[in-house]
Design a binder for this molecule. Structure first.
Ligand code: C2E
Ligand code: MG
Ligand code: MG
Ligand code: MG
Length: 286
């Protein structure tokens, strides 16, 4: 058991990799060294409180600055990292990097809650809670940290997931279900998890102003989540009309290209000021 949970920094070849072509294998060996070579970077995407109409948080999103291929998005390398166990050092990188950044912004007077993504393998890793506790010890207020998991990862091993989530909750961090609506779980199942937030997947939000079925799904999800005492974030908000509609539907938070694209950390302070000024203007004039 314990031998199995030790995940070496070097990737191990396993049978599931038979699917991978040689290009993927090359990418994998490069990813193994990318952390040490500082080729991985976190981008941050702003989140808006729709009641206060101001920026209140960021979600950290991993990027790989590949020396030859340029910027690589997470969907192109995270599945491979997940299959090989590299996802563990990646999470440690994310935890250290983002909590340090959060504290740095605080010192600059910028108070933004922080959301990070945790994969299925990360969630089922019995060392997760201890590793989160360790980074919080550096001085971050646990209430300012949200850990996002997907419906699918919560359903892979429900008893272990529930136990781990409860322990994370005891640390004082907040828990969110990401991409809600894309899995097969019901709110009846999800409300048994010790989570506080629901993020509606962008596929429903992107076209909610033109697709009546999606608008209905978004509206009823917001209503149900509120009834269950969960706060709700809409992902994929790409225009002002959608943002104002979500506000009218009493959605708590919005995230998306209209609010801000994911950007490197150094762009965040200026983005916050610019966004808050724009939001103030649009609430004054509407
Ligand atoms: P996610 O957690 O659901 O993150 C939101 C994704 O939607 C991001 O894609 C973001 O760039 C994109 N997005 C945000 N606003 C909009 C919008 O208005 N329109 C559209 N079309 N897209 C929008 P990204 O950065 O490519 O990340 C994809 C996924 O990779 C994430 O989905 C998350 O599941 C995973 N991921 C990213 N960073 C990490 C990480 O550090 N650890 C883990 N385990 N997973 C991560
Ligand atoms: Mg997320
Ligand atoms: Mg999502
Ligand atoms: Mg996603």
């Amino acid at each position: 058991e314990s031998a199995k949970t030790v995940q070496p920094r070097t990737a191990v070849y396993d049978s599931s990799m038979a699917r991978d072509n040689s290009a993927q294998l090359l990418l994998l060996s490069e990813l193994t060294t990318a952390i040490d070579q500082h080729h991985l970077e976190l981008y941050y995407q702003l989140q808006v409180d729709l009641t206060a109409m101001e920026a209140v948080g960021v979600e950290a999103l991993l990027r790989w600055n590949h020396p030859v291929r340029g910027l690589i998005e997470p969907d192109s390398f995270l599945p491979m990292a997940e299959r090989t166990g590299l996802i563990r050092p990646l999470l440690d990188f994310v935890l250290t990097q983002t909590t340090t950044q959060h504290l740095e912004w605080r010192r600059e007077g910028i108070d933004l809650a922080l959301s990070i993504n945790v994969s299925t393998r990360n969630l089922l890793d019995t060392t997760l809670v201890e590793r989160v506790r360790r980074v919080l010890d550096a001085g971050m207020d646990p209430r300012m940290l949200t850990i996002e998991i997907t419906e699918t990862s919560s359903m892979t091993n429900p008893p272990l997931a529930i136990e781990t989530l409860a322990e994370l909750r005891r640390l004082g961090v907040s828990l969110a279900i990401d991409d809600y609506g894309t899995g097969y779980s019901s709110l009846a199942y999800l409300q048994r998890l010790p989570v506080q937030q629901l993020k509606i997947d962008k596929t429903f939000v992107l076209d909610m102003m033109t697709a009546p079925a999606h608008r209905v799904i978004v509206r009823s999800t917001i209503d149900l989540a509120r009834t269950l005492g969960l706060t709700i974030t809409a992902e994929g908000v790409e225009d002002l009309d959608t943002l104002m509609e979500l506000k009218a539907l009493c959605c708590n938070y919005a995230q998306g290209y209209y609010v801000g694209r994911p950007v490197p950390a150094e762009e965040i302070p200026a983005s916050v000021s610019k966004l808050n000024a724009e939001l103030k203007e649009c609430t004054d004039t509407r």
